[in-house]
Ligand binder design. Structure first.
Ligand SMILES: Cc1cc2nc3c(=O)[nH]c(=O)nc-3n(C[C@H](O)[C@H](O)[C@H](O)COP(=O)(O)O)c2cc1C
Ligand code: SF4
Ligand code: SF4
Length: 637
């Protein structure tokens, strides 16, 4: 082994270096510069802070971190100085950035947009605790968004500079790999089996069991793959982990490679994630430089390399056999299984594929033990799950909660609820998932409970919908997505999704008969039962779950030619409810057509001839005074 690389002392040196930048003896301002932060203006805030600090001749660090989860409040900025708690600010713009700088200089930080203060860092992997300041007011864990969360997979996101391997090591990074290569591969697999970890990519297969298959498969050459295709609309958990803490995935993969006997790892990441790809490549370079990847890792004789392959954005390429075909340079089409990748995968060799979040959970499992992990969550769904909480909800963002947390806790306690409009449904699992009605709000979120409810866990997309959502339209959106993304290889999926989409279009236009509803249901089951791969087999789920819980809405579209939520343009009109109208005039202000007029202390009036049913007034009126009614020119059937 060359010059001490990858040795234990290397970890000690890196740890020291990492601690010196994580907890410097001077002021440190960190900006969340993951994609969500950048979209909200983090780059401007970052360069502005650098300029201000330089202009004032201050010897402060202006650093980069990944996403701290509260995407609603981006750009997020943290401020740290010796003896003080770490202040976490949201929606930071130039003005607030300047005030923060002035506040630090004056010894009094601003209260505006302060999410909370962090008084100590608990290092999950080592059990160490770093005290920043004595406990005081406004702790971040009292913030309703952060309080109920338990961060295992995202433990480092928003805390470390993703481009610094030293900071990763300072929080216990690569200790699990060091431990793993001193264990027998079977012991590692046993630990993962004990943990009960189930694949976070959607199907929820037991990870330890899958590793066991790949280990048992004969062959000198084996592969591990990280599935970072993340094609579900609304889901971005994996991107956030890759951008915020790339080394946890590399470390997890190296441990998996050692356990199954692979020498090569491949991360298949969608090209639409350029920041994740760049962050990963830099992390690989650093890990190789330190000897944590490459030859003879920690002097164990185990050699392992990782490379990144960029996908081209087809949803079906997230399916494992299509993904393998895509890496091999073939058309990204699924093939029947068996043989499973564990027997015959990449280039015909035994291959183990896991999702980003699955890999991110491996180092903590090895460090803390399978029993520890199994103690978090529920009996059949251990650990935590990261959800991308989006839609009609106050606090959008990434949340990591123990399995078994109820939908109510996620939507209301963490998410802050749906505001003026009542909750109607929660969609989990993306295009393969289903819609859970508000009546099941106390459902514990784990693999089995969601499946029983007709949805699936999926990869973690969680779309919250209020009473203004039309469930037929939602089903149509997802079928349009899967129809578009179907690779066309098998007839049931290719033709079935097309026909389902045609039927849903008809229903949304008020042109369907009740017999079309029966046909839709029949088709949904036929596609589910006969499609070749998971895309087609699960594509009907949004239709079936909405038919199960919201059939009356389908029937209203057909029998009454009425969309009760006021979404399907042909099937509703709006009026002002005179009883509820408070004459505030907000609807009139947002109307692009000048279709709503009124005067003080009198109910406003809506002119149907001018109205284009854009819904702006419907979504604006805080008093729910805009009513959705059937169109007068339609007679119910
Ligand atoms: C259409 C389709 C798309 C998929 N997309 C992804 C994806 O983007 N990411 C992912 O990890 N798994 C995806 N999967 C699941 C993978 O086929 C595979 O089960 C998973 O990567 C295994 O990893 P896990 O055991 O860690 O979940 C998809 C499956 C299907 C059918
Ligand atoms: S916003 Fe609502 S309450 Fe206010 S004027 Fe319009 S309809 Fe009336
Ligand atoms: S739906 Fe749009 S166009 Fe019609 S009244 Fe409301 S704001 Fe005006």
């Amino acid at each position: 082994m060359a010059g001490g690389r990858g040795e234990v002392k290397e970890l000690e040196i890196l740890k020291k270096e990492g601690l010196s930048t994580l907890y410097p003896e001077r002021v440190k301002i960190s900006v969340g510069r993951a994609t969500c932060g950048r979209a909200a203006g983090a780059e401007d805030v970052y360069t502005f802070l650098q300029d201000v600090v330089a202009r004032r001749g201050l010897e402060w660090d202006v650093s980069t971190v990944g996403c701290l989860g509260f995407c609603q409040g981006e750009p997020l900025v943290t401020v740290q100085q010796p003896g003080w708690p770490r202040y976490v600010y949201s929606r930071v713009d130039r003005r607030l950035a300047e005030q923060i700088v002035e506040g630090v200089a004056a010894g009094k930080l601003p209260k505006r947009r302060l999410l909370g203060k962090i008084y100590s860092d608990d290092l999950l992997l080592t059990g160490e605790k770093v005290d920043l300041a004595p406990e005081g007011d406004h702790p971040l864990e009292k913030n309703p968004f952060y309080g109920p969360q338990v961060r295992i997979a995202t433990r480092n996101c928003g805390y470390i500079n993703p481009e610094s391997i030293a900071e990763y090591v300072a929080r216990g990074g690569y200790l699990a790999l060091k431990k793993a290569v001193q264990m027998q591969p079977e012991e590692i697999i046993e630990e993962v089996v004990k943990s009960g970890l189930r694949g976070r990519g959607g199907a929820g297969f037991l990870t330890g069991k899958k590793w066991g298959f790949a280990r048992a498969a004969s062959g000198d050459v084996k592969y591990v793959i990280c599935n970072a295709d993340e094609g579900d609309p609304g889901a971005y958990m994996d991107r956030s982990i890759l951008e915020g803490d790339p080394h946890t995935v590399l470390e997890g993969m190296a441990i998996g490679g050692y356990a199954i006997g692979a020498q090569t790892g491949i991360i298949y990441c969608r090209a639409e994630y350029p920041l994740a790809v760049a962050t990963l490549k830099e992390a690989i370079r650093q890990a190789e430089k330190q000897g944590f990847l490459g030859d003879n890792i920690f002097g164990s004789g185990f050699s392992f390399r990782i490379r990144v392959v960029e996908g081209r954005g087809a949803f079906v390429c997230g399916e494992e056999t299509a993904l393998i075909a895509s890496i091999e340079g073939r058309m990204g089409e699924p093939r029947p299984r068996p043989p499973f990748p564990a027997q015959k995968g990449l280039w015909g060799k035994p291959t183990n594929i896991n999702n980003v979040e699955t890999w991110a959970n491996i180092p903590p499992i090895i460090m803390r033990g399978g029993d520890w992990f199994a103690g978090v969550g529920t009996a059949t769904s251990s650990g935590t799950k990261v959800f991308a909480l989006v839609g009609d909800i106050k606090n959008n963002g990434l949340v990591e909660v123990p399995m078994g947390t109820t939908l109510r806790q996620i939507v209301y306690d963490i998410g802050g609820g749906t505001g003026v409009f009542d909750l109607k449904a929660v969609q989990t699992g993306g295009p393969s998932g289903g819609c859970i009605p508000a009546s099941l709000i106390d459902l514990p979120v784990d693999y089995d409970a969601l499946t029983r409810a007709g949805a699936i866990m999926g990869s973690g997309g969680m779309v919250v919908m209020n009473e203004r959502s039309c469930m037929v339209d939602v089903a149509r959106f997802f079928i349009a997505f899967t129809q578009d993304e179907s690779c066309g290889k098998c007839l049931p999926c290719r033709e079935g999704t097309r026909q389902m989409l045609e039927l849903l279009d008809k229903i949304c236009k008020g042109e369907a008969e009740m017999s079309d509803l029966e046909l839709l249901e029949e088709l949904a089951y036929a596609v589910k039962d006969t499609a070749l791969c998971g895309l087609g087999q699960t594509a009907p789920n949004p239709v079936l779950s909405t038919l199960k819980y919201f059939r009356d809405e389908y029937e209203a579209h057909i029998r009454e030619r009425f969309c009760p939520a006021g979404v399907c343009r042909e099937l509703f009109e709006l009026t002002v409810d005179e009883e509820k109208c408070k004459s505030c005039g907000r609807c009139s202000e947002v109307c692009p057509q000048g279709a709503i007029v009124g005067e003080k202390d009198k109910p406003y009036r809506l002119d149907q001839d001018k109205c284009i049913r854009c819904r702006a007034c419907l979504n604006t009126c805080r008093h729910k005074a805009i009513r959705v009614v059937p169109r007068r020119r339609y007679q119910p059937r």
